[in-house]
Design a protein around this ligand. Sequence first.
Ligand code: ARG
Ligand code: ZN
Length: 854
Amino acid sequence: MLDARATQPNPTIYLKDYTPPAYLVDSVALTFRLAPKATRVISRIQFRPNPDNVNRDFFLEGEDLKLIWAKIDGEEITPHITDKGLSCAVPDAPFSFEAEVEIAPEDNTALEGLYMSSGMYCTQCEAQGFRKITYYPDRPDVMSTFSVRIEGDLPVLLSNGNPAGAGHGFAEWHDPWPKPAYLFALVAGDLIAHSDQFNTVSGKQVDLNIYVRHGDEGKCAFGMEALKASMRWDETVYGREYDLDIFNIVAVDDFNMGAMENKGLNIFNSSCVLASPETSIDANFETIEAIIAHEYFHNWTGNRITCRDWFQLCLKEGLTVYRDSQFTSDMRSGPVKRIRDVIDLRARQFREDGGPLAHPVRPESFQEINNFYTATVYEKGAELIGMLKTLVGDEAYAKALDLYFERHDGDAATIEDWLKVFEDTTGRDLTQFKRWYSDAGTPRLSVRDDFKDGTYTLTFKQETPPTPGQDSKPPRVIPIALGLLSPNGDEVQATTVLEMTEAEQSFTFEGLGAPPVPSILRGFSAPVILERASTPEERAFLLAHDTDPFNRWEAGAQIARQLRMDMVQNGGAPEGEYLDTLRDIARDASLDPAYRALMLQPPAQEDIAQALHAKGITPDPQAIYDISETIAQTVATHFADTAPRLYAEMDTPAPYSPDAKAAGKRALQARMLGMITRLDGGKTAAAQCASADNMTQHYGALCALLSQEFGADENAAFYQQWKHDRLVMDKWFAAQIAFAAPDKASDAAKRMTHHADFNAKNPNRFRAVFGALAGHHAGFHHISGAGYALLADHLIALDPLNPQTTARMMSAFSSWTLYDAQRQSLAREALERIAAAKGLSPDTTEMVARILAS
Ligand code: ARG
Ligand code: ZN
């Protein structure tokens, strides 16, 4: 077959060009006759002209479809077909459109539309995959009810909505809730269900199923509990009840993303739902709980209220991420969740916002929408919801959300609609707040203070650097949560929220006996970079005394970052006092072990590179790596007595439980093991490897060994024990690379691509290898350029098979301009090689162009 893939970028689409659809859909009936190479899809779509649009051109999106026949009101027609879709003449009145098309799910390696994964059929339609299934107005503001009939000889045949009949070789489904095509889903396979039930608050009984491949049925219990907890939580906290008789989740091995909220039929990457103590680590359990909640919460924020167009993606994603973070805080520890989220935000979103891929939370244009499922849309989008809640208060937030659900249920809505419910419930003008949606870039907040005659004055200045396409940015409203501490550590001003609206603005506090120590941006109340020339004493003071757990952690993180920056530039060593403080925190039994573990977590090496760059210093990844190693060794030596004691103390009793308390203890224990392994030649870690009855401790010990170049036997034994388990193998693949020395990391990655169990077509395995390489800061950015070249080779090879995963992985290159001339020229060479690849997908074309434009 001819390669029909575009070598040209997609045309740019603009938010300002939005027009309502020319035709609306009242109902859709689909019949699928499943066959791997030749599935037939028969559609009957009831159209009606949209009174809100006078344009009467009839166009249906459709890609890679073989049209068998088409009819209008029962009469066969000969439509005009291009590689983008179908057009034909239609009556100026309601009419039915019918068609039969043929598709080949088995040949679909892009994993978009209908495809096959280990013998099962499954779909992924968001954002624009439905057009690869049949001809349709594939846009989120066209909503309709769907009836689906699936014919095939597989035992489990699933689609959205409620079951509407089944017999030998077929099943029928009806979804009574109008939805856009991106929420359509179909699954067919030889699957086994882990089933349960849920009674909703109004007494409706809902059947729950998690469908998995045979052999995985023992890994569903945790996900099921998380689902029931999510359903209850959404009723209690947001007053949202489930609205179908059945809720199905399916685990799929080959999946481009984490999971998908299709109405009544969520489809999950198996790594985001399958869990067992023997095969999953604590972090997996927490992630699974959060993603199950996230997809479930989409039923209201995404499905019942969807997006008018893809520019509004943050309307559902930002809000749903915010909701799932609230859920996790309630289920586990609020401060620990917040700190983890901020670490992640800085690592991914700040990096995006400060580089060539910067874009607003609501972008104004795109070529390939799949490239905008980003940390900015998701995580910064969630931060905006949090700021809004801080500004209006909890009660007003609850009222606004009630109004949002009441007013927009069944709508395809916009950010304007969202902000309007807040304006209507609070009387506030949110014009300035809206800049958070339209202006890219991370604001820098600088602050100076002054104390005179009992009056303390804080003066803030905000500035947002230029980003691609946006040169100057007016001030935004910034909620600054603040507390003041007296020199003896008492809180003289409890947390209060300052509302900054000007470019420069002062706030005063009166009646103070002595200059206070400010604790600024408590709980990280706004996604900004706080620049404060605070003294080391002040940071040490906050590390010891801040009553806000987030800012206490932040003080420690600042000290750790500054220490590394100083050492990279001037040499030196950590001070004894600082090491003592770390040890005191580690031993402080009044603190949650999970929190203590976070306090001991060293900053990411990429963070140090970014911080140096911001100061005008060209970062050397190898030097940052070396300093990090030196410090880790010094800390370990300082903990020589403490670590073994704490290691024993943090042991959790069998049987393993993934709950937050036990996981926190294991996190602190793992930190101790990391230190011990630097001192005892790997004895303790090897013993833990041998005795662990759960993956958290088994894998943790293996990683500790590999990071010190021990553990060859344990590594081989681990492989032998787990080579049959795909998800454990992903971890093993990643570990082979993540702990290699910087000059060996790309060799390690290359070696893993030659391993018999490597399969580039499986996104999880591809990401295990190249995610680990890209995450190895000094390894990926090694001065040889081998990391860049290897990744480029494999992205060029993957692109024709799977553009989405390729384009996503391109972001590894997004910080290439941070480094020295030699690294830059090697990175540029790799990028230009990708750009020049023949038949490069529009997805990757757009990414490489944006990255190279910097
Ligand atoms: N809506 C899904 C979620 O956030 C993710 C879909 C991602 N789609 C994509 N084309 N990248 O739960
Ligand atoms: Zn989502």
